[in-house]
Design a protein around this ligand. Structure first.
Ligand code: SF4
Length: 604
């Protein structure tokens, strides 16, 4: 278990103890007025001053914490219990339970959270006891979706299948395998819901729809302080400060706990998620390892130039896997070749930038780019058979890759090569290092390719269909190896594939490409659960699922770059197309936090 987040635990405990012990701390009564001393500044008797009715501000802050925290914790716990149970039921039982769960959650998600809360509070009347079910209702869908996605992912794992084979019942499988696997994401969701509930409770109280005066509440204090801001500006500062610090501490605690209990930490920009939830757009974008902007590739043909990749922008962060998925001809491999400067002769980049750790790869001379390949950028290709030189031993090929970028002796490079073979899971690495490629299986050769790729500690690893040529069991092992290496080394992994099950297995985020453009991006679980582009939805329906309905093919073919249709390039195959779709090429548009879609009807 990772170390517990002691600073956050101590800070949370301090806030909780103060809130719980408020009646016994010997503080003045939080509602007793002292009108002659209204708006008095800080003094020895009133450390933070007195409010518009002369009440002690520190007392009301501490009692306000009691109210805010009890409402937020109760609401988050209620939402967690019901939402997680719904998600697990839908994800595990599938069928009618799944349809009912997802459709009822969809209905709730149709309402913006604040509007939903306002609607219910207006119907039921204000008050702290009303706020708990209202906030629980608002945050319940998040738990359902997280639990549902977690169960779907966990139940497809080999170890769950292994327990079934061993004769374990559903209850035991649930307790021993699925629940531990969704515990981490649910805990993080709990932290976000709790923090957001504190903010929403304060917002509703501020609007007069939450806690009823004269009971102390941070929202009421902010509302009252606003009216007297000119005379006593500090009155506004204290509740805002209390609110902000409490929310930060809560999220630090729960995220730290998640780290401690989750044996498989993945890319989780926790502070960003927290502040994005509280104040969207407040934080600048974290530094991406690869920042590709507006990439356009042109190929000269006798009939004139064509553009197999147009205006492609994406970012990959340290420790993250971004999967580019799409049918053949969608432009995903051309994109990766453009990034690495390996486009074939007739193709060239006409627009865009590809920053790798701040260096624009598209503007680098070939010699500088060559030095970066195999060093800062590494690639793993589909066919390890043709990527390895058949006349050289495995160990020598890895040592050569090391020595191409680092001045190591022969002996040191060979020792490092053996260590790398051991790390990528090749049995008996000493003797395997002396083997020729044809003496290894396909899976072993791909492990060697991965060893070569990571030999010089790259920041970015591009894996282009690395498992397509392998059988299913080996495929799973290679995916697991890539995931482990990504976590272990903080690699940014750009994974190119046409297989959606592979995306579900490995990717944190997904970018769906169609006819040379990105048509949808977002966190993998969210995109799979609720696609916002008809092409993504069609791709998902066309993927084989042992337990779901039979796959449905997508009618038609991807249009070639020589004959792109007007407007939306998916329109000729789209069941939802309307005349407006062909009027002009749709731009990528925001479709919720972290999501983009190129469909004009995504929310119609
Ligand atoms: S823009 Fe129109 S044609 Fe294109 S995907 Fe959306 S609905 Fe279909």
């Amino acid at each position: 278990m990772t170390r517990l987040p002691w600073p956050a635990l101590a800070a949370t405990a301090l806030i909780a103890v103060l809130a719980i012990l408020a009646p016994w701390l010997g503080l003045p009564n939080p509602v007793t007025m002292d009108v002659p001393h209204r708006l008095a500044g800080p003094s020895a008797a009133h450390w933070l001053g007195q409010d518009e009715f002369g009440r002690d501000v520190l007392t009301r802050l501490i009692w306000g914490a009691r109210v805010s925290l009890s409402v937020a914790v109760s609401a988050a716990a209620l939402a967690c219990l019901i939402g997680t149970a719904l998600g697990i039921t839908g994800g595990y039982l599938r069928g009618i339970a799944e349809i009912l769960t997802l459709r009822s959650i969809d209905v709730l998600l149709c309402f913006p959270p604040l509007l939903l809360a306002l609607l219910v509070v207006t119907l039921l009347g204000p008050g702290a006891t009303t706020l708990i079910p209202v906030l629980a209702l608002v945050y319940l869908p998040g738990f359902t979706r997280v639990a549902y996605a977690g169960v779907l992912t966990a139940r497809s794992q080999d170890y769950v299948e292994a327990m079934r084979v061993l004769g374990a019942g559903s209850g035991r499988i649930m307790l021993r395998t699925i629940l531990p696997n969704i515990g981490g994401p649910v805990l993080v969701q709990f932290s976000l819901a709790m923090a957001a509930a504190v903010v929403l409770e304060s917002g509703l109280s501020f609007l007069g729809l939450g806690v009823v005066p004269p009971a102390p509440s941070w929202g009421l204090m902010i509302g009252a302080a606003r009216a007297t801001m000119a005379q006593a500006p500090l009155l506004l500062l204290w509740p805002c400060l209390a609110l902000t610090l409490t929310v930060l501490v809560m999220n630090a605690l729960c995220d730290g706990l998640r780290d401690a209990v989750d044996p498989h930490p993945t890319y989780r920009p926790a502070a960003r998620r927290l502040l994005d939830a509280i104040a969207p757009g407040l934080l600048p974008t974290p530094k991406a390892v690869l920042d590709l902007a507006h990439l356009t590739v042109e190929i000269d043909t006798p009939a004139g130039p064509i553009h197999p990749v147009r205006d492609v922008s994406l970012q990959v962060f340290p420790g993250e896997t971004l999967a580019i998925v799409g049918e053949s001809g969608s432009g995903k491999s051309v994109t990766s070749l453009a990034i690495t400067g390996l486009l074939p002769g007739a193709a060239h980049v006409t627009e865009g930038a590809a920053f790798l750790d701040g260096t624009d790869l598209l503007r680098l001379p070939e010699e500088s780019l060559r030095k970066l390949r195999g060093d800062k950028i590494a690639m793993v290709f589909q066919d390890p058979g043709s990527s390895l030189n058949p006349v050289h031993r495995i160990g020598a090929q890895i040592a050569e890759a090391i020595r191409a970028h680092r001045p190591l002796s022969d002996k040191a490079a060979r020792a490092e090569a053996i260590a790398l073979l051991r790390r990528v899971g090749l049995p008996d690495p000493d003797s395997r290092a002396r083997a020729y490629p044809h003496e290894l299986s396909g899976g072993q050769r791909q492990r060697v390719m991965i060893a070569i790729a990571i030999a010089n500690h790259p920041s970015l690893l591009i894996a282009d269909e690395p498992t397509t040529a392998l059988d299913v069991t080996i495929q799973a092992q290679i995916l697991e190896l890539l995931s482990d290496l990504k976590r272990e080394r903080g690699l940014a992994l750009l994974f190119i594939t046409h297989a959606l099950p592979v995306v579900a297995e490995i990717a944190d985020r997904v970018a769906v490409m169609y006819a040379g453009e990105i048509v949808e991006t977002g966190p993998t679980a969210e995109v799979f659960l609720a696609p916002h582009h008809p092409y993504t939805a069609a791709l998902l329906r066309s993927a084989p699922d042992e337990e779901g309905p039979p796959p449905v093919g997508i009618p038609g073919i991807v249009p070639p770059p020589t004959a792109l249709p007007p407007g939306c390039t998916f329109a000729p195959r789209c069941p939802r197309a309307i005349p407006e779709c062909t009027a002009a090429p749709p731009a990528l548009r925001s479709a919720g936090a972290g999501r983009l879609t190129r469909c004009i009807r995504w929310n119609a």
